[in-house]
Write a protein that binds this ligand. Sequence first.
Ligand code: AMP
Length: 218
Amino acid sequence: MKRIIILGAPGSGKGSQCQWIAKFYNIPHISTGDIFRKNIKEGTALGKKAKEYMDKGELVPDELVIDLLKNRLEEPDCVENGFLLDGFPRTLSQAQALSYFLKAKESEIDAVIYIDVDDSEIMNRALNRRTCSNPNCKAIYNISDNPPKKENICDKCGSPLFVRDDDNEETVSKRLRVYHEQTEPLIKYYEEVGILKKVQGQKVFQDTVELVRAALNS
Ligand code: AMP
């Protein structure tokens, strides 16, 4: 049973790290961004509301995110095994809401992994990122550092790759600004709780894997 949060700027490589962490600990990988994108694809009311903010690189309002996340954490896979949160919390009020929610269940977060990457590196990664369109795969490639063997085709499942709507220069700059203003304060928050583990994001994916693995074992 592990309850882990992964923290870092959008494009810091959190999503890629989550794939092995979730498998390794056998815990569900919960990405609020993925939940919103699924809702947008399905044309739900939540998806329509979330899209307005996401397209502008802004955060979806807390009230739309917090209940959604709490409901997800009530599901049996999370109750029985724990969870890996990716993209949540993103504001201090989300972090506080999560803390109250877990406290009421006599539970708590075991570790917060913070992946530190420079803004310039993040911009480069976002513009080169390609994501597998198969929702059961979601593999992530970087066309300069980690390209698929066949252009625009996923190595793992053969599905087409796509560029996320929000991976363009203007939106990435905006998301980085939003991150520094609203999400970065969480680093100090979790440092004070005493569960923050800082990892320097490396160029080579596997190098970051080793640092994250060591941090989770420490
Ligand atoms: P991500 O895939 O985590 O980069 O999320 C993509 C977008 O979804 C973000 O830029 C936000 O607009 C929205 N989003 C995802 N998670 C949250 C959250 N916890 N709070 C507010 N907005 C979120």
